[in-house]
Design a binder for this molecule. Structure first.
Ligand SMILES: Nc1ncnc2c1ncn2[C@@H]1O[C@H](COP(=O)(O)OP(=O)(O)OP(=O)(O)O)[C@@H](O)[C@H]1O
Length: 230
C-alpha cells in the first residue's frame, strides 16, 4: 500500500482535496465536478437543502462510496491507494444515524482500539473517557451502562467521542447535533471547533443557523453542485 511518507508531504499540501469528482446514485442524483482543497486545521461547514448531496460528499471522503471520475487526495495521495482500515483511521466519520454496538458505553468507546490498525495505540483509561463524557454533557451516563439503552442524542455523542479518541487527521460530522438540545449542541460545536484549533480538519454538515466561532470555510451543496463560499 502506498502510505505517504513525511518527506513526500510539504506544508502547503492540502490535508484533503477533491479534484473534479463526479458521482451518481442509481436515481441520477449525485455530485458534479466537485473541486476544493482543505488545509490543516480548517473547519469546513457544509450546508444545503435536504437531499442536495451533503452526506454523499462525506461518504465519498471516507470512501464508503467510490467517485466515478476525479480524485480525492489525503495529504497528496489518492484515498484509493489506502488499505480501507488505514484510511478510516485517518479520516473519521460520525454518521447521521449513530452506530452503537451491543455492549457497555465503555466497550463502545474503546471498540476502535480492538482493531489491528490501532494495535500500537495506548488504550484511553476511564479518567480520559470520563473527561470526554463530561465535555459532551454525558457525565450522568455510566461507562458501565448498556449503550443500547441510550437516547439517540446520547448515542450521537458516544459515536463522536469514539471517533475523536482515535485522533484522525480529518473528522467528518454528518449533522452531529440533529437530535440534541441547545446545551448539548453547543458542547458538540465547541469540541469540533477546539479540534480544528488543534490542527484536525473538520467537515461538518449542519442544517441549523450555526456560525462557527473559529475561522472556517463554508461549502454549499445544491442540485449536485458544490460551491465554496468566500
Ligand atoms: N444509499 C442511497 N442509495 C441510493 N440513492 C441515494 C442513497 N443515498 C443518497 N441517495 C440519493 O442522493 C440524494 C442526496 O442524498 P444525501 O443523503 O447525500 O443528501 P443530503 O443533502 O445529505 O440530505 P439530508 O440533508 O436530507 O440528509 C438522495 O436524494 C438520493 O437521491
Amino acid at each position: 500500500m502506498n502510505i505517504p511518507q513525511p518527506q513526500e508531504v510539504n506544508q502547503s499540501t492540502p490535508v484533503l482535496e477533491f479534484k473534479n469528482v463526479n458521482f451518481s446514485w442509481p436515481d441520477g442524483n449525485g455530485l458534479k465536478d466537485v473541486s476544493f482543497a482543505v488545509p490543516a486545521g480548517q473547519f469546513v461547514l457544509i450546508s444545503g437543502p435536504s437531499g442536495a448531496g451533503k452526506s454523499t460528499l462525506l461518504r465519498l471522503a471516507v470512501r464508503l462510496e467510490e467517485a466515478a471520475q476525479g480524485t480525492i487526495l489525503l495529504r497528496g495521495t489518492s484515498i484509493d491507494t489506502f488499505y480501507p482500515p488505514e484510511l478510516r483511521s485517518k479520516i473519521g466519520f460520525v454518521q447521521q444515524t449513530p452506530i452503537i454496538l451491543p455492549g457497555s458505553v465503555r466497550e463502545n468507546l474503546l471498540m476502535p482500539f480492538t482493531l489491528q490498525v490501532r494495535k500500537n495505540f495506548t488504550l484511553p483509561d476511564d479518567k480520559v473517557l470520563m473527561e470526554w463524557m463530561e465535555k459532551l454533557a454525558l457525565d450522568r451516563v455510566s461507562l458501565d451502562a448498556d449503550a443500547g439503552s441510550l437516547s439517540v442524542g446520547q448515542r450521537q455523542r458516544i459515536c463522536l467521542i469514539r471517533t475523536v479518541l482515535t485522533k484522525p487527521d480529518v473528522i467528518c460530522f454528518d449533522e452531529p447535533t440533529s437530535s440534541l438540545d441547545h446545551e448539548s449542541r453547543v458542547r458538540v460545536e465547541n469540541v469540533a471547533e477546539d479540534l480544528a484549533g488543534q490542527g484536525i480538519v473538520i467537515l461538518m454538515v449542519n442544517h441549523t443557523s450555526y456560525h462557527p466561532k473559529c475561522p472556517h470555510m463554508h461549502i454549499t451543496v445544491a442540485d449536485g453542485k458544490v460551491e465554496v463560499m468566500l
